[in-house]
Design a binder for this molecule. Structure first.
Ligand code: C2E
Ligand code: MG
Ligand code: MG
Length: 272
């Protein structure tokens, strides 16, 4: 037990140092409009370049960052980096994109000036709020509903876009979501992976898309890996997709190359 406490302390200490030494970085994954084939957004995903262990993924450190409270400085750093990058892409002449960033429930609880921090970051980086999208998970929205609703309304009144992440993994009903100011719903990867084999997943995805559309929500499918999944999603009138089929999350410079080519990159696969 004391060994695991020690390990935990060491991990936290390493992460604190990582923040000071700027060892965190972002990878970006494009989001594609399925009607036009164009990249309309990118999702920023945090990585840790660990000095001994190499590149680490969020599953290795997010829950530790949440438990230790370090998710707060991490979140600020992630937001600032992706806003700066988004402005840089606009300056390079790339069509303005939505930059999506994930927000953890703990950030909401631990940082009482969250909206001010976001407003300040937008102001300092010069990113216009309509190009920022915050992704919140379904469980996030179901906890502490009243304060969540007022927080989400505040974000909306600032002009920021809101997306609900990992949809289908929690217990929220679509009718409840109607009262929340979301613009976009992200169907969880777990429903997409077997979409072409599992009739239940197909039914769930089909129903989610049509109900979301009735509520004037855009739908994006996460984790699209094959052309068969892509074609099926297009036939179901899904608006956007994201996944390894198009691109893995990549470093900013690689993503820039991709964004410069995007005019024709996915057209063949999408036959547009
Ligand atoms: P998420 O927001 O649902 O992100 C999607 C995850 O699916 C990412 O994993 C991405 O790399 C992965 N993915 C994308 N396309 C495919 C695909 O076609 N196939 C498969 N198998 N996977 C795909 P990643 O980067 O490891 O991130 C995991 C989770 O960590 C994210 O899930 C998000 O909840 C969290 N996370 C990532 N970055 C941040 C951050 O900056 N802040 C916070 N609070 N959470 C973050
Ligand atoms: Mg996400
Ligand atoms: Mg997700």
């Amino acid at each position: 037990m004391s060994e695991s406490i020690n390990e935990r302390r060491k991990a936290e200490n390493d992460f604190r140092l990582a923040l000071e030494r700027d060892e965190l970085l972002l990878h970006y994954q494009p989001q594609i409009d399925l009607k036009t084939g164009r990249v309309v957004g990118v999702e920023a995903l945090v990585r840790w370049r660990h000095p001994e262990q190499g590149l680490l993924y969020p599953s290795n450190f997010i829950s530790m960052a949440e438990d230790s409270g370090l998710i707060v400085p991490m979140g600020e750093k992630v937001l600032r980096t992706c806003c700066e990058q988004s402005v840089l892409w606009q300056k390079e002449g790339i069509n303005p994109l939505i930059t999506a960033v994930n927000l953890s429930l703990r950030q909401l609880y631990m940082q009482n000036n969250l909206t001010e921090m976001v407003a300040q970051t937008l102001f300092e980086t010069g990113l216009s709020p309509e190009y920022l999208e915050l992704e919140l998970t379904e469980s996030f929205c179901m906890q502490n509903i009243e304060s969540t609703v007022s927080l989400l309304r505040e974000f909306r009144s600032m002009g920021i876009q809101l997306a609900i992440d990992d949809f289908g993994t929690g217990y929220s009903s679509l009718s409840y979501l109607k009262h929340l100011p979301f613009k976009k719903l992200k169907i969880d990867r777990s429903f997409i992976s077997d979409l072409t084999q599992d009739p239940d997943d197909l039914t769930i995805v089909k129903t989610t898309i049509s109900m979301a559309h009735n509520m004037r929500l855009k739908v994006i499918a996460e984790g699209v890996e094959t052309i068969e999944q892509l074609e099926l999603l297009r036939s179901l009138d899904c608006d956007e997709a994201q996944g390894y089929f198009f691109s893995r999350p990549v470093p900013a410079d690689e993503c820039s190359e991709l964004l410069k080519e995007e005019g024709f990159l996915f057209n063949e696969a999408l036959k547009v």
